[in-house]
Write a protein that binds this ligand. Sequence first.
Ligand code: AMO
Length: 428
Amino acid sequence: MRCLIKDLKENKASEIRGMVSKVRDTKYMVFVMIKDRSGFIQVSIDKNEQKDLLDKALSITTGSIVSFTGVMKLSEYVRQGGKEFIPEKIEIISLAETIPLEENANADTKQDYRWLDLRTPKNEFLFNIQSEFVKYMREYLYNNDFTEIHTPKLLGAASESGSSVFEVKYFDTKAYLAQSPQFYKQMAIASGIERVFEVAPAFRAENSNTNRHCTEFTSFDLEFAYIDSYKDVMKLEQELLTYALKNIKEEYGDIIKERYGIDVVVPTKDFPVIDLNDLLSELNKRYGYVIPEYDIGDMNAETEKLAYKFAMEEYNSEFIFVTGFSKEKRPFYHMRKDNIPEGFDLIWRGMEITSGSQREHRYDVLSAQAKEKGLGKDVEFYMQFFKYGCPPHGGFAIGVDRITMLLLGLDHIREAQFLFRGPNRLNP
Ligand code: AMO
């Protein structure tokens, strides 16, 4: 029976199974480093005393899957805990060919061999960390009466905007891949569920090759009812992220520092909130920044970067909420007050991680706002959700890939994804 490396007891006969990370052939000994999900251990084979195992030991290659039966010994000569494993039996379960991925391979080759790239020490805990981060965000929501839902990703209409949507053949007709669960999470509110969330893929047909965009990403979406203002939505997001960061720091802070050289910073005060116009005049005053004409009323990558700089300088905060976007730049479903959308973006470490808002739940107003944006037939089904009673509500979406990237200080979003999908990348 397999024994995990962490559970090995001194001198107790056991079988360990795992992946070989290194083989070292020295004058008197062969050392095989083996790793399982609980840790790693050095397996030591004495060339003189264990001649019967020698051929097999020497045929083991890096990456192979092996089983060793033997005993664990404590030895003062062994580093990292002083444990070594002395085998009596070796079985090679899956022999690996020479690994074709060099340490300094370029980004494209790393993607070609992503499963090998994920074996490297830097990536070893990547998905444990991501998974735990999402776990804590979920946990926070469960603790606050939220229900997880699963909405369709195949849609009959091009939802929010036709421009960045993927069209797929659907028998004799066309379907579209969901850009966001926006309409359906709001439908859940109209169904009376009150507080919902979903963690699921979102698809964007954006032909942009930046370090922060992909064509398929994981969206952490939520929506909740009986809010008084979009400020309630921002408050919930602040609490959710603080909760997740606090737990991640406790559990993985040291590993993140060691592998990625970056601190996990747990916010200790409210995230600052600034109106876009005020932000732009601050950025102008401080850094001489002038936003290009076509981005007026919105933010761009440069504004986001400088907003972070400003937030650190002024508030010592890695996060900053920006409000007061122009209605031309925001979706029709945002509630408006004095013609200004009641919504926000959240910037963390120089990048937008969230958009959110209070939604317009009044059918007539929503209808007029859709018309103003030139949206007709495509949103008809969605408009129906607001005809038969719907409470005031709001919500937001966090890009899971982006928060992973920022948490670990990675240069490109593809390093934070299990498998990256971009304009030029559909495989493996
Ligand atoms: P938005 O379009 O701003 O809002 O998306 C929300 C968040 O999703 C992430 N994101 C992306 N991540 C990687 N690649 C992309 N191409 C990409 N596009 C978006 C970002 C972004 O902040 N329905 C609204 C949300 C809401 O109001 O609830 C929406 O989809 O982190």
